[in-house]
Design a protein. Structure first.
Length: 425
């Protein structure tokens, strides 16, 4: 076979065979297919798409390019969760201990943030001492002992995705359904859980900009999961504004602690309880959202979270430490009305420039910086009232302040928001 023929076949809109897909992906991982041919292949997929069968073959080929985790030593139904990317998305930090507090084992591998999106692993690393790299034995033992662990994605898992994702990131080929579906599902299948909850984000700050595309991505991934015997449910969630009130690593840890202490905002608390109810259902535990909320309020989830922090070497005193950012700048409203838009992408990029995110993979993070919103979309605001606070370790220029304010959009009419838009099972 020749890479150029496979690229041409896809470019011209034909369906590839399993052997062709496997030859190309294996060659890429082995280094015999160069980046420039893989980029052309990714772009051909971007424009011509893939059939369900091709996506399935691509996914399983990718799974085969690395190790597969065997979680069978952990008793019970293991559940996993994955988000297709968000701004201010600290959901895993609360959802995992909440679900684990019902006795459902959660062995989760998470990623780092890039560009406007944040990563759970970076947030956890903002806690002094917290270890995100564990051997497979340590990972499994911790879940057996305390019921949960969140670690960084092993280098040995789905090697094709590591290479391909980095390439897609710099060739404008991330936001295409076949490549997102195969990237997410290959990692979830290799990570070994029995059941999977997928959070498919939609809106300005997400890869899927409209509900139709989000629905197609969700359906594709649910089918992929089912085809390999993993119970899979996808929820389509709103990413037009940041999740909750904070963006930035330390700031999001603090917000997660507030929610785990039962002192979080009602909307995000309710949203997480709904997700937990679905995730528990995937482990055959039927609870009402109210029962899940009671568990959150009685401190069980917080105790699980603290247990995980300690088990992975984190310092409990440091966990509760406020941000040490040097400058905290209030942003006030220029007019009265209702917050109508807080574009997630723009604020994600703003936080990135403060050091809370990475422009390129090699960037170092400043864990202390970011944004805390005092008002979210749909809420009333008076002229002069504080809408948000910027946490920075650099002086914020007038230009940056103007840019920030421009993105806080205020209208005379109240806009309705809902976090979960649709559930696909
Ligand atoms: N998240 C992933 O893991 N992969 C993608 O391609 C997009 C989002």
């Amino acid at each position: 076979m020749r890479a150029v023929d496979i690229i041409q076949k896809k470019r011209d809109g034909f369906e590839l065979t399993k052997e062709e897909i496997q030859w190309l992906i294996d060659g890429y991982v082995a280094g015999t297919v160069p980046d420039y041919q893989m980029s052309a292949f990714a772009m051909a997929i971007y424009f011509k798409g893939m059939t369900t069968r091709e996506i399935s073959d691509l996914t399983m080929t990718m799974v085969g390019t690395g190790q597969q985790i065997d979680l069978s030593e952990i008793s019970g139904i293991k559940v996993d969760k994955h988000s297709t990317g968000g701004v201010g998305d600290k959901v895993t930090l609360i959802l995992v201990p909440l679900v684990a507090s019902f006795g459902v084992p959660v062995a989760k591998m998470s990623g780092r943030g890039l560009g406007h999106t944040g990563g759970t692993i970076d947030k956890l690393e903002s806690v002094k001492g917290f270890q995100v790299e564990r051997s497979q034995e340590e990972f499994i033992k911790q879940v057996q002992d305390i019921g949960l662990s969140v670690i960084g994605q092993s280098d040995q898992l789905v090697k094709a995705d590591k290479l391909l994702y980095a390439l897609r990131d710099v060739t404008a080929t991330v936001d295409t359904i076949p490549l997102i579906a195969s990237s997410v599902m290959s990692k979830k299948i290799a990570a070994g859980a029995d059941s999977i909850l997928l959070d498919v984000t939609v809106g300005e700050g997400a890869f899927m900009k409209n509900i139709e595309d989000a629905r197609r991505l969700a359906q594709t991934m649910v089918e992929l999961g089912k085809a390999v015997g993993r119970r899979t449910i996808a929820v389509i969630t709103d990413m037009s504004q940041p999740v909750g009130t904070s963006i930035g690593n330390r700031l999001e840890i603090l917000e997660a602690l507030e929610i785990l202490q039962g002192k979080g905002r009602e909307d995000v608390t309710h949203f997480i309880c709904e997700l937990a109810q679905i995730m528990l259902g995937l482990a055959n535990i039927e609870k009402t959202v109210e029962e899940v909320r009671e568990q959150l309020m009685n401190g069980s989830a917080l105790r699980k979270f603290e247990a995980m922090i300690q088990a992975q070497g984190g310092d409990l005193e440091d966990l509760y430490r406020p941000s040490s950012a040097q400058y905290i700048v209030d942003i006030t409203a220029d007019q009265s009305g209702f917050i109508s838009e807080l574009p997630a992408m723009e604020f994600g990029l703003f936080a990135m420039r403060l050091g809370a995110g990475r422009a390129v993979k090699s960037d170092n993070l400043d864990y202390e910086t970011g944004i805390v919103f005092e008002k979210k979309v749909g809420e009333a605001v008076q002229s002069g009232e504080v809408v948000a606070k910027i946490y920075a370790n650099q002086k914020i220029s007038e230009e940056m302040l103007t840019e920030f304010k421009k993105n806080v959009r205020i209208d005379v009419e109240r806009k309705k928001v809902s976090e979960i838009i649709e559930v696909i099972s």
